[in-house]
Every structure is written in structure tokens, then in C-alpha cells.
Design a protein around this ligand. Structure first.
Ligand SMILES: CC(C)(COP(=O)(O)OP(=O)(O)OC[C@H]1O[C@@H](n2cnc3c(N)ncnc32)[C@H](O)[C@@H]1OP(=O)(O)O)[C@@H](O)C(=O)NCCC(=O)NCCS
Length: 190
């Protein structure tokens, strides 16, 4: 496969599946709602947060369906989403975004396993050369997970985000194809 392919294939991990979205995901997405800690890790301003409603869930599903490289993280149902954004076919690079939406599943190895699986797909079937991401400096769990996957810190954008009235830095991270170890993702349930 090359980066011009259309629908991304299902990717099978240990104890989870990365799959295309389906209509029934709206109900689960609505139930997951907008967890305050997770919302903050995406740079959400708690003071501006409003309840997550049916229209939000339907718009999210439509956006995910139309995205060329977005997957539902499925572990006995929808628990999160992961994307390769802005795929550049000439430079063979893309940016990475992941969100586990169930707070009960944070810090249990799932995010690291998902990231390794998507990197294997990106550097394998998609033949990309580089994946980059940006992450809020206070999101230490995400940074630790990305480092475990082989990303390096490449820079820091000072005071790039204003969250609840305070400025926060963004950390820029990247990984090249030859830096990615093809080690299998870790088993779940630690
Ligand atoms: C970022 C995210 C995908 C990581 O997935 P995860 O399953 O929670 O993380 P993992 O358990 O795989 O790995 C986290 C690592 O950080 C460590 N960690 C956990 N909390 C930490 C903290 N507060 N500070 C530093 N390290 C921490 C864990 O110990 C673990 O390392 P270990 O396995 O060596 O012990 C997930 O936390 C998430 O979706 N968070 C909410 C949204 C978000 O932040 N998205 C990313 C925006 S850039």
C-alpha cells in the first residue's frame, strides 16, 4: 500500500483492534463524554468546557469517517481514537494524534501499544519516512509513552497554549523510519 490508498485497513493488536468507525460508535462516544483530565491534556480550557452532546458525537463520527487515516481504538468497544494527520506523499511524513477517551484505561500500556502498531503501519505499508507530533509539556504520561515508542524530543515551543489563564509550552517530538524498532507491542493488562 502507498500513502494514496483510501480506507485504512484494520490493525490488530494484543487485546485491542484499530478499525474504521461505525454508526453505533456515536452512542459509545456520547457515553464517554468529555473527561476533564483528558480534555485538559488536549489543551481544553476547563472554563469553556460544555457538556458533550449528541451533535458533538455525530460530528465526531462524521469527521472520523471522512478522515483518510483515522482508526477507532476498540477494546470491547470504542475506547479512543488515533490518527495519522496531514500525510505528505512527497516528503513521506505525517503527524500523529491519539486519545484514549476512557479515563479508566489511562496509564495501563494501551496507548503505547496502539502507537507502536500505528508506527509499524506507517513505516511499513505506508512507507512513510517521518512521523511528528506536538504535546503539551505538562502531559508527562504522553511524553513518557512517546519516548518508549522511539520518538525523540526535537524542540519546544514556549507558551504556545493558553489553558485556564496560564501559558504552557508545547514539546515537538519526531521519529524517523530507521529509528523505529519493530518490536511487537506490549501485552495489555499490566
Ligand atoms: C497519551 C496516551 C495515549 C498514553 O497512553 P497510556 O496508555 O495512558 O500510556 P502508557 O501506559 O502506555 O504509558 C505511559 C507511561 O508513562 C508513565 N506515566 C504515567 N503517568 C505518568 C506521569 N504522570 N508522569 C510521568 N510518567 C507517567 C507510565 O508509567 C508509563 O510508563 P511505563 O509503562 O514505563 O510505566 C493516553 O494517556 C491518553 O490518551 N491520554 C489522554 C489524551 C492525551 O493526552 N493525548 C495525547 C495528546 S498529545
Amino acid at each position: 500500500m502507498n500513502p494514496s490508498s483510501t480506507a485504512p485497513p484494520d490493525l490488530h493488536g494484543h487485546g485491542f483492534l484499530l478499525r474504521r468507525p461505525r454508526d453505533s460508535d456515536v452512542e459509545t462516544r456520547l457515553a464517554l463524554g468529555r473527561d476533564p483530565e483528558i480534555y485538559r491534556m488536549f489543551g481544553g480550557d476547563a472554563s469553556l468546557a460544555r457538556p458533550y452532546g449528541q451533535a458533538d458525537a455525530e460530528a465526531w463520527l462524521q469527521h472520523t469517517i471522512e478522515h483518510p487515516a483515522a482508526w477507532i481504538i476498540d477494546r470491547d468497544g470504542l475506547v479512543g481514537e488515533v490518527r495519522l494527520d496531514n500525510i505528505n506523499k512527497h516528503d513521506r511524513r505525517a503527524s500523529y494524534a491519539i486519545g484514549i477517551l476512557d479515563p479508566e484505561l489511562l496509564g495501563k500500556g494501551l496507548g503505547t501499544a496502539v502507537t507502536k502498531l500505528v508506527l509499524a503501519h506507517a513505516f511499513g505499508e505506508l512507507a512513510l519516512h517521518r512521523i511528528s507530533l506536538r504535546v503539551l509539556a505538562f502531559n508527562e504520561r504522553a511524553i513518557a509513552s512517546y519516548l518508549k515508542c522511539g520518538f525523540s524530543v526535537e524542540g519546544r515551543e514556549r507558551e504556545a497554549a493558553l489553558i485556564d489563564g496560564a501559558w504552557h509550552d508545547d514539546i515537538m517530538m519526531g521519529i524517523l523510519a530507521h529509528e523505529f524498532s519493530a518490536a511487537p507491542e506490549e501485552p495489555q493488562g499490566k
